[in-house]
Design a protein around this ligand. Structure first.
Ligand code: AMP
Ligand code: GLY
Length: 418
């Protein structure tokens, strides 16, 4: 079966790597891919949000399955268009991708179906938001309702920060239309974990739980980023907690989607926080997490394409999935200046060949002639398996220390305080 992967990040390289191990895989195409995916398949240049192009490539290359990585094309309806053209696709319709693309919608659904989450109010009018925030005693989080490339969530310590954040979004329109509506929610306390469910419309298969590190700097300091590293499994989710998450969060959410006539096919990513009152949903994503996927798929031992096909065909209850018992940890190497402005086109040196236990996923990279150069904020992810998490960490950092590009920044404490 020929497969087309949409996207250009570390997640997509990891998806391609897992697909490349499948016995069913024919040819692999990536739109647009990066220097890493170019070694596993054929990169097709173009905009990953160009729906007409995706349909054209899928037809031209006799694609049996398109796997959509990022949220933007999903929110724009790429899965709908591919299906309409009679093509098979892994990834939810636009109506279901709203769970990520429209936080107001997600909050309403959770409230209506009693899915535990932070208490929240929605505002379009800055005056009303201001009044509300002033009356709150507890710290709040201000969130843009729309997709804001990881910049739409401001965790505030006091009301004046929250009012400024609301003003930036609603009045100054710093996030454009994504921040024209905001959600102001109570700030929850607890450790965070990411749980990804592969969903076939009714049934789901839970991938091994993971944790990511969203803050830029060691000790969880600095701004939020797309993710500076991840590890799997997460010790926060033991069997009992997993049962709780399934019965209190996952099942009610999937039932809600069925009830609302929003068939969900793809990955439903639960961003969770473990409060003293139990797990709560921080966010839904409608796709694989980045960099969680790099750590999760490093541990997958069974056929990945079989699993995706089972989800598309509605046969997940029979899916046979096997995991490596060893933990995996991914360290992201980012450009100097990320998540704000950064330079690109810098040569990357010292990337070793992949081994069974350590791989380097490319994220923001491209070829300039024969040279691999930086091409994005997050540049590479080094993922290692180890007998213990500490061992995986040691192996990953060993390889990180061999890789060089000017201005490279990475955290040195990943997986340390689990
Ligand atoms: P989100 O994109 O909604 O997951 O938010 C990004 C990050 O902001 C999360 O990973 C949390 O660290 C933090 N965050 C979001 N919502 C809350 C909340 N209600 N309470 C505390 N922290 C939050
Ligand atoms: N690592 C967080 C995300 O993929 O949204």
């Amino acid at each position: 079966m020929n497969v087309l992967v949409i996207g250009a990040g570390g997640r997509e390289h990891a998806l391609c790597r897992a697909l490349a191990r499948s016995r069913e895989l024919g040819q692999l195409f990536i739109l647009p891919g990066n220097a890493g995916t170019a070694r596993l398949g054929t990169n097709v240049p173009g905009d990953p949000c160009n729906i007409a192009l995706a349909v054209e490539v899928a037809r031209r290359e006799s694609i049996g399955l398109t796997v959509i990585g990022p949220e933007e094309p999903l929110a724009l309806g790429m899965a709908d268009a591919l299906e309409k053209a009679g093509l098979r696709v892994f990834g939810p319709h636009a109506s279901a991708a709203r769970l990520e693309a429209d936080k107001v919608f997600a909050k309403q659904l959770m409230r209506q179906y009693a899915v535990p989450t932070a208490e929240a109010r929605t505002f379009k009018d800055f005056r009303l938001a201001h009044q509300y925030i002033e009356t709150r005693d507890e710290p709040v989080v201000v969130k843009a309702a729309g997709l804001a490339k990881g910049k739409g969530v401001i965790v505030c310590n006091d009301p004046s920060d929250a009012i400024l954040a609301a003003e930036d979004m609603l009045v100054k329109r710093k996030l454009g239309s994504a921040g024209a509506t905001i959600v102001v929610e109570e700030r929850l306390l607890g450790r965070e974990a990411s749980l990804l469910a592969v969903v076939d419309g009714h049934t789901s298969y839970l991938l091994e739980p993971a944790q990511d590190h969203k803050r830029l700097r060691d000790g969880d300091e600095g701004p939020n980023t797309g993710g500076m590293g991840a590890f799997c499994p997460s010790p926060l989710i033991d069997a009992e907690t997993l049962g709780q998450i399934e019965t209190q969060i996952l099942v009610p959410t999937l039932d809600a989607l069925v009830h609302e006539n929003i068939p969900y096919r793809g990955v439903l990513y639960l961003g969770l926080i473990m409060t003293t009152a139990g797990p709560r949903v921080l966010e839904f994503n409608c796709r694989f997490g980045d960099p969680e996927t790099q750590a999760i798929l490093m541990r997958l031992r069974s056929d990945f394409l079989d699993l995706l096909n089972a989800a598309v065909d509605g046969g997940l209850e029979d899916a046979e999935v096997a995991w490596d018992p060893r933990p995996a940890l991914c360290v992201v190497m980012a450009s100097g200046g990320y998540p704000d402005k950064y330079e690109t086109g810098l040569p990357i040196a010292g990337v070793p060949e992949d081994s069974d236990d350590v791989v380097v996923d490319h994220a923001g990279t491209r070829y300039e002639g024969d040279q691999v150069v930086t091409a994005g904020g997050r540049v590479l992810g080094v993922t290692a398996l180890g007998e213990t998490l500490a061992d995986a960490r040691r192996r990953a950092y060993d390889v990180v220390s061999q890789i060089h590009f000017e201005g490279a920044q990475y955290r040195t404490d990943l997986g340390a305080a689990t």
